[in-house]
Structure formats: C-alpha cells, structure tokens
Design a protein around this ligand. Sequence first.
Ligand code: SAH
Length: 249
Amino acid sequence: MNTFNVLTIFPEIFSPVEKGIIGRANDSGIIHINKINIRDYTKSKHKNTDDYPYGGGEGMLMTAQPVIDAWRSIKNPGITIFLSPKGKVLDQKKCIELSEYNNLTLLCGRYEGIDERIIDKIIDEEISIGDFVISGGETAAMIIIDAVARMLPGVLGNEKSNKNESHFCSLLEFPQYTRPENFEGMKVPAVLLSGNHAKIKEYKFSKSLIETYLKRPDMLKKRGITKEEAKFIIAELPEKERDILKYLK
Ligand code: SAH
C-alpha cells in the first residue's frame, strides 16, 4: 500500500481525492490518504497555528511547533514534501518518480507560508504545481496524490490506460470521440469506425504527434521525432515541412 500523509489545518477539504478513481483506490486499500490535522498538535493556549513574521511584513506564518509535532506523530513519513511556489514545478516524470516511494508526506502551507526552520528540519523537497500563487497547499497536495496514485498498479481499472495519456509518453493524447457518430453534422473520423486495428493504431499515433506539434511544440522538440514520424505530420500539414525538419532526432 502507498500511504500519502497529509499535514494540513483543513483536513475536511480533501473530498476531490476521496471520490472517483482515487477515492475507490483509497476505499479498497491500494492507497491510504492519512490526513493529520496540524491544529491537533498545537501547544498554544488558543489553538493557534500561525503567528506574525519577525521583521514585519504581510500576513501570518505557520509556526514550527505544531507542524513539527504533527510530523513526528507519523510513523513512517518517507520523503517529506512542502507544497510551495518556490519548489520545482511538478511534471509527469516527477509523478512517476514519487510513485516509487511507499510513503510520502505532504505539508500544506497556509497564510503567507511557513517558518523557514520547518523547511530546514523536516522538508526533503519543495514542489510547486506551477508558476502562480494559490492560497493553500491543499489543492496542490491533492494534485500530487491524484497524479501519483494513477501511476500505481491497480488504481486505474485498465493497466494500459496510462500509457496513451498526455505526457506519459512525451506526447499529448490523440483526440477522442464517443457516441453519436454524427453530432449536429460533425462526424467521427471514418477510420475509427473501420474496425481496422492497424489503421486505427497508426491514426491515433499520428494524431498524437500532430496534437503535440500544434499545442506543445516545446515538448515535441525535446522528445525529437524520427523521419518516419515526420511524414505523418507533413501528410497533414504539408506547409510545415521545413519547420518539422528541425525536430528530427
Ligand atoms: N508568500 C508565499 C506564498 C504563500 S501562499 C510566497 O510568496 O512564496 C500559501 C501556501 O499555498 C504556501 O505556503 C504553499 O503551501 C501553497 N502554495 C501557493 N502557491 C503554490 C504553488 N504554486 N504550488 C504549490 N503550493 C503552493
């Protein structure tokens, strides 16, 4: 079982990962989302978990004592991550790496952040969900739990369903369609209805390449493409031929 220990002052707001695929994995014991309420550990008279920053400045900071004592209550914290806009930005590669740990501990900041000594004492790594600021680490922690849990065996019904997903194989997912075949005059591509599995496979792969080229050229450049793969793009976007050559491996 993979355990996600979450240190938070808002344990009641984790319902997004307690429903759907991730919720089922939690209910069936494939993963365990262990929420620890930092406030339960405060020794302050008024149950505070925050205080004014030394040297002045905006807002409040989370104090060290309740966070550290809450962390110490965890039997096996594994690696401890602080969700922070200063961290390394999360990507699929990082999620795969994190899925290899049996125990992860996620510290959710609130207010203007946390006393730096918490980082010095217990934090192994800081992770950001993107170059913007949100009001608390909880939504960021849920994103990590969701993205990492999906990588674990048994969480997605079909083990293969990961492999085609955007980012998993350095390509974005191909466009998909469900019923009806004709929606307000917009038809599903005929090849998908053909029953020809080889053709469908090729179609999906070429659409993945094209989708990535059009929407995330930076990803495709990093991955590189073979001459064979370039042909798929040129077939659909002939005017891009010269540009595509720059992507060759
Ligand atoms: N004053 C801080 C931001 C505090 S926001 C600064 O300028 O760096 C409050 C909390 O929200 C943070 O402690 C962190 O846990 C969380 N948070 C904010 N933005 C985040 C991001 N991009 N990724 C992950 N966590 C974030």
